[in-house]
Design a protein around this ligand. Structure first.
Ligand code: GLC
Length: 475
């Protein structure tokens, strides 16, 4: 078979370098710009605490204060994340120790768009399978007839009136299941549990960030903030009830503390006043199932970074700069360029960038030149670095608001981007120093404990302890 090799245009090196400079300007955040974002971000957090239904909703979670570390017992945790459904049996052993048995179930794309009640029915079915296959004797097993408290980690914005209630404000992360927004998802899930006659009691509905906050503090009490950088992006922290004006009328003792699920992914939504969006970000937004929403998340989270890079490539293909004479239809499919490819491209250790050759030939049937591969890697770096630096703006806003800079604090962080993207944490730390100067070193992120499993169990335990002591769970 005859193969034709494309000769790169003579000036290809210069051309790629010129293009890169353009993208550097577009995707780079200066320290000055970051400080302006932090300013606006801090204001949004305050507004969200002051009034209901704000862009950054700052949701009171009815998780009161920190765990003591002495919580014990067996708990079930169900975690409906962006990509998987996970069921866990957690045994809290006290002294910050625990054991965990879990099973993961993959969520199909269609299930995310199918009727909401069906989605919860599926959750209950998976829970049933898990319970049935874990009944028996010995550690990590459920005893016949035992009714277990269940923590349900439902990582979407829900307004809560009490801990086992949550009205879905809106779906995020590409979910769109009808008949769910505006409804109490805890009640919907209870209905599915009843259908399957399961020996469980839904004790708490929690967000993954709140779970991460509590689980991380359980093992590392210096933790004051939790962040998730995965399919979505969000944070939680512990607030003084007296500083949550919008719940002043509920009669919660003002000296109490309550965890706040910020839902900061919504920062700058609709108004688009503060975040530097490129035309690629605007396309991602407008082509999404929720245009205008989750403006901050769309610049940061794993669901979108690959798509941003793909849109840049498509533009350069249209301009005749890339892959001339090759069939590029495989790259034209929205969301076909996984964010994991950016991680792989950035971490390719070879001079020839063999990993990048592999990605383009294997997944897109496209041949690349070394100059192009170097350009792709540099582009991934720009997009990944911007995401990390914006993330530090969010963390900085909470630090500033709570006055944590001087004494410093630990930030429990989880999610695929944080855990797998090379250099993400370093870039967040670098960003914090750009914002705060040397004092930025006082804020340190670390890989968090499993919030959706262990955190959910600890919160279920804390809730049970409050209930048994006759303390308020809701007001
Ligand atoms: C999205 C969800 C939020 C969740 C985050 C991380 O932003 O709205 O609830 O915490 O993703 O999973």
């Amino acid at each position: 078979m005859r193969r034709t090799f494309r000769m790169p245009p003579k000036n290809v090196l210069r051309t790629m370098a010129d293009h890169l400079r353009k993208y550097e300007t577009l995707f780079t955040l200066t320290p000055q710009r970051m400080r302006m974002i932090v300013e606006a971000f801090t204001e949004s957090l305050d507004v969200g605490l002051a009034k209901p239904d704000q862009i950054v909703p700052m949701i009171p979670t009815f998780v009161f204060g920190w765990p003591s570390g002495q919580e014990t017992g067996d708990y079930l945790a169900l975690d409906l994340g962006g990509t998987n459904l996970r069921v866990c049996l957690v045994t809290l052993q006290g002294n910050g120790k625990f054991e965990l048995t879990q099973t993961k179930y993959r969520l199909a794309e269609e299930q995310k768009q199918d009727d909401g009640q069906k989605l919860f029915d599926f959750c209950a079915e998976c829970l049933k399978t898990f319970v049935e296959s874990n009944v028996g004797e010995g550690p990590g097993m459920l005893k016949e007839g035992q009714v277990l408290p269940l923590g349900f980690t439902f990582s979407y914005p829900c307004t809560q009136e009490r801990i086992d209630h949550g009205e879905l404000i809106r779906w995020t992360k590409g979910f769109g299941a009808p008949n769910t927004e505006g409804r109490d998802v805890a009640a919907m899930f209870k209905e599915s549990l009843a259908k399957h006659n399961l020996p469980v009691q839904l004790t708490a509905l929690i967000n993954d960030t709140t779970g991460t906050l509590i689980a991380s503090h359980y093992v590392n009490p210096r933790t004051k903030i939790a962040v998730i950088f995965g399919t979505g992006c969000n944070a939680a922290y512990m607030e003084h009830v007296k500083d949550i004006p919008k719940i002043a009328n509920l009669g919660v003792p003002p000296d109490a503390d309550m965890a706040i699920n910020c839902e900061w992914g919504a920062f700058d939504s609709f108004e688009h006043e503060h975040l530097p969006r490129t035309k690629y970000d605007i396309i991602v937004d407008e082509a999404s199932n929720k245009p205008g929403e989750q403006a901050f998340e769309k610049l940061i989270s794993g669901r979108y970074l690959g798509e941003i890079l793909r849109l840049v490539l498509c533009e350069l293909i249209d301009e005749g700069v890339l892959f001339l004479g090759q069939n590029t239809y495989k790259l034209e499919k929205p969301y076909c360029f996984d964010t994991a490819f950016l991680s792989l491209m950035e971490s390719d250790p070879t001079d020839e960038l063999l990993m990048i050759i592999g990605i383009f030939t294997h997944f897109f049937a496209i041949e690349t030149t070394l100059a192009e591969r170097q350009f792709f890697r540099a582009l991934a770096k720009l997009i990944g670095r911007r995401a990390a630096r914006l993330s530090s703006c969010g963390i900085a806003a909470i630090v500033k608001k709570m006055g944590y800079l001087e004494e410093g604090c630990a930030v429990g962080a989880d999610g695929s981007l944080y855990n797998k993207y090379p250099g993400f944490a370093d870039r967040v730390h670098e960003g914090l120093q750009d914002i705060f100067g040397d004092k930025g070193r006082n804020i340190v992120t670390y890989h968090a404990e499993d919030g959706s499993g262990v955190g959910s169990a600890i919160i279920a335990a804390m809730t049970k302890i409050r209930k048994d002591a006759g303390l308020c769970l809701h007001v």
